[in-house]
Design a binder for this molecule. Structure first.
Ligand code: ARG
Length: 282
């Protein structure tokens, strides 16, 4: 894998720099699909838990090979969606905003994740008042916190996050139930650089995104539909579902190194790379 060169005349860096990250993940050893709270979930469709674990283990080793640190939270019985660690909290400057889930099936995950943070030395933890599904709907760029609403997190949670983090929170309205969390429709690549699927947003939010990120990578419907935007970037390597081939090409043109992974079993719960990865910004 070599970094591609940025197109001539472009102000974009030809060589991207990776910054080592710390991630929190949850092994899918009890993963199954027993209920449906998004259009991807079908309890009638069999899930191969052993395969889910194997695919997840490959993602975890990949992060380690890239020089990142991976912390683990134990999965709790009866909470199959705990594997989607991104939903467990939002961590910025070492401050932890806990999650409060919209669907009753996932409600116990909020306190479970918060307990992990308290037990692991995080002193500034906030038990949220309003529904927010962690980094599923809060994505952090250098200048802003981008915040989804429409399906899960509430608008009041955006205000709560802005107050807690002291960073500007920009609300974005999601309109397609297939892209029910912000991290299924948009990914932060580096600094204030993002890629997104315009069709997932309301006309007003699309216009906001266009103004804020005139240079963004825009995903095709086909790449969005294989969860190509559910990606994790360290500033250079972008880990994303391997079937998002168009996005991989677009990313290479920008000087990133896309790395495709197969998380087909986790996709049956409506999540992929980013959903399985919570960034610990200490
Ligand atoms: N089954 C889970 C739900 O619907 C999937 C969550 C995916 N996570 C994410 N960060 N988008 O809540």
């Amino acid at each position: 894998m070599t970094a591609a060169t940025a197109p001539s005349g472009s102000s974009r860096p030809a060589h991207r720099t990776a910054r080592p990250r710390r991630y929190l993940m949850c092994r899918p050893s009890t993963f199954e699909v027993t209920y449906a709270i998004n259009p991807w979930m079908d309890p009638a469709k069999p899930v191969d838990t052993a395969l889910a674990v194997a695919q997840w283990e490959r993602l975890r080793s990949l992060y380690r090979d890239l020089g990142h640190t991976v912390e683990l939270i134990d999965p709790l019985p009866g909470l199959p969606d705990m594997v989607y660690a991104a939903n467990g909290a939002t961590v910025v400057d070492g401050k932890v905003l806990g999650a409060r889930f919209r669907n009753t099936e996932r409600v116990p995950e909020g306190p479970a994740y918060l307990a992990w943070f308290r037990a692991n030395g995080y002193l500034d933890c906030h038990d949220p008042r309003y529904v927010n599904e962690g980094e599923g709907d809060f994505l952090v760029t250098d200048s802003w916190v981008l915040a989804g609403h429409g399906f899960r997190s509430s608008r009041d949670a955006h205000t709560e996050a802005q107050e807690f983090f002291g960073r500007p929170v920009v609300g974005l309205q999601l309109v397609d139930p297939a892209y029910y969390h912000l991290d299924t429709a948009l990914a932060v690549l580096d600094g204030d650089e993002v890629m997104y699927n315009p069709a997932a947003f309301s006309p007003g939010s699309r216009e906001v995104l266009r103004r804020m990120f005139p240079d963004a990578v825009l995903a095709s419907a086909a790449d969005a539909a294989v969860f190509g935007l559910n990606a994790v970037s360290d500033g250079r390597h972008v880990v994303l579902p391997e079937s998002a081939t168009g996005l991989m090409h677009q990313l290479r043109e920008r000087g990133f190194e896309p790395i495709g992974v197969d998380l087909s079993e986790l996709l049956k719960g409506g999540g992929s790379v980013k959903c399985c990865t919570l960034e610990l910004r200490d």
